[in-house]
Write a protein that binds this ligand. Structure first.
Ligand SMILES: [Zn+2]
Length: 493
């Protein structure tokens, strides 16, 4: 048997004592018990280890007949990955065992879903340990490899999700300098963020119909797809033939021919990557990183300013989605950054990524949009969404909306969004909203899903095909991988 209590600074002596007392009552020879106790006092009867490296932890779990865990998502996912239905004793903030009650809430949800056995009292733990010793098979589960389609990189996925969630909890615990209001910055940009296939193109199109808002689509792709490859603008013209973008290029750079795409991509590699997010979230940057980030974001600022000028709108919407770009933009002096964090149920996202979709913007060639496996979606969904939670904690104004709520009541969602972007009251702001749908005009967007080319009346309805079409194995896998954040976003209510 192995008990794993994680590495939190808060002591969790209670769990160690409960296990010791149970062991003392076992007939001899008592089962071998190893306790990774972290900051808690070492056990008297069980074998104690204060910390275990990851390889040792995996080995011990794989060899153990029963795993007892604290309520840390990483420990629980690791236990399940090694084939255990873990017995979970969550840390209790009321006894100073953790900063908040997320372990209790998380563990209770998993228990309701049949994924763990929660024990919140000593009596419950004793009874459950007795059952586990008498019938270990009842505490075994199929590993994700067995449960899913076999070859998916599930191991790495489960570990990655555990790390992200634990990292998120740690990041939110730090205190950040609050910089909510920055009047000096007058270039107001609404950045739409989240994992792809979360409905960002639809929300982007709705925003673009407002008379005081200009949307540029997914600007992060402009350098390669538009400036270099001359793909189609949302208006249907090739980028180089679109009068709107020609004006913007003139104003921003004296013409797009003055842009050295390789130079922008070189800066992107230094400033805008998911693995830089933790560094970009800090209150200070190194001088070199700061220089790279400012150089990179100045290209975006030039475009936003020119778009505002050419369109005559107050707010520019950029639906680039990637958290790393939003983190870079928070360092741009001239930009008053507001973020919409759009989330969608991970199962719907996974289903969408599994479909094969032709890219209509590519001229004279057949290209398909990227596809991701359910395990990959589980990791990406958690990482991207967690990052926007951290961005919120750094002081950037972030409004989180669920795509499902936008579809249910677009008027209310868009009204909240207008307040978030400091767009004034105006009677015609939502005129494009009709009965059961929206009326779309032509927009000059540079990248995004094929919906950006649609015009005229578009019906709005719940997008839940995944409920019947996503295979059960995939659904179960995505559900487990994304559970901590789906819980946070209210998807389990
Ligand atoms: Zn255009």
């Amino acid at each position: 048997m192995v008990m794993v209590l994680g590495t939190d600074v808060h002591r969790f002596d209670r769990a160690v004592e409960w296990l010791d007392r149970w062991l003392a009552d076992q007939p001899q020879p008592a089962p071998r018990c190893i306790v990774q106790h972290g900051s808690a006092a070492a056990p008297r009867l069980a074998e104690g280890r204060d910390f275990l490296d990851h390889a040792e932890l995996q080995r011990l779990m794989a060899e153990a007949t029963v795993v007892v865990a604290h309520g840390g998502p990483a420990t629980i996912t690791e236990a399940r990955r090694t084939g255990h239905l873990p017995i979970v004793v969550p840390r209790d903030p009321g006894r100073d065992e953790h900063v908040d009650d997320h372990q209790q809430r998380f563990a209770r949800r998993l228990d309701e879903a049949g994924l763990v056995h929660v024990c919140e009292t000593e009596e419950a733990l004793r009874a459950t340990l007795d059952r586990a010793v008498a019938d270990p098979d009842a505490f075994a589960v199929a590993t994700p490899e067995e449960a899913a389609d076999g070859t998916a990189p599930v191991n790495e996925a489960v570990r990655a999700v555990g790390r992200v969630v634990d990292g998120l909890t740690a990041a939110r615990r730090r205190s950040w300098p609050r910089r909510r209001r920055r009047p000096r910055r007058d270039l107001r940009v609404l950045f739409v963020g989240g994992l792809g296939r979360s409905g960002s193109t639809l929300v982007d199109r709705m925003l673009a119909q407002m008379p005081d808002v200009a949307s540029v689509g997914e600007l992060v792709h402009i350098w390669e797809r538009a400036v270099r490859d001359d793909e189609r603008c949302g208006c249907g013209e090739a980028f180089s033939a679109c009068p709107f973008w020609q004006k913007v290029g003139q104003l921003a750079f004296g013409g797009w021919e003055n842009i050295d795409v390789d130079e922008v991509l070189r800066l992107k590699a230094l400033a805008d990557r998911t693995r830089f997010v933790p560094a970009l979230a800090l209150p200070r940057l190194s001088a070199q990183r700061r220089a790279d980030v400012v150089a990179y974001t100045s290209y975006f600022a030039a475009i936003y300013a020119a778009v505002r000028e050419v369109s005559g709108c107050d707010v520019v919407v950029d639906s680039s989605k990637h958290a790393s770009l939003a983190f870079a933009l928070r360092w741009a002096h001239e930009i008053d950054l507001r973020v919409l964090h759009l989330v969608r149920d991970a199962r719907g996202v996974a289903y969408s990524w599994s479909k094969r979709v032709l890219r209509p913007e590519v001229v004279g060639d057949e290209q398909y949009m990227t596809q991701y496996s359910p395990a990959e979606v589980g990791v990406l969904w958690t990482a991207q969404n967690a990052a926007f939670g951290v961005l919120d904690a750094t002081g950037v104004p972030v409004l989180r909306l669920r795509y499902e709520d936008v579809l249910r009541d677009p008027g209310a969602a868009l009204a909240r969004l207008r307040r978030h972007a400091d767009l004034g009251e105006r009677a015609d702001a939502l005129d494009f909203l009709g009965a059961g749908g929206i009326d779309l005009d032509v927009d000059h967007t540079v990248a995004g899903n094929p919906m950006r080319f649609q015009t005229g009346h578009v019906p709005l309805r719940a997008d839940d095909e995944w409920r019947t079409k996503l295979p059960r194995g995939h659904r179960r896998l995505v559900s487990v991988l994304t559970l901590p954040l789906r819980l946070r976003y209210g998807y389990l209510r």
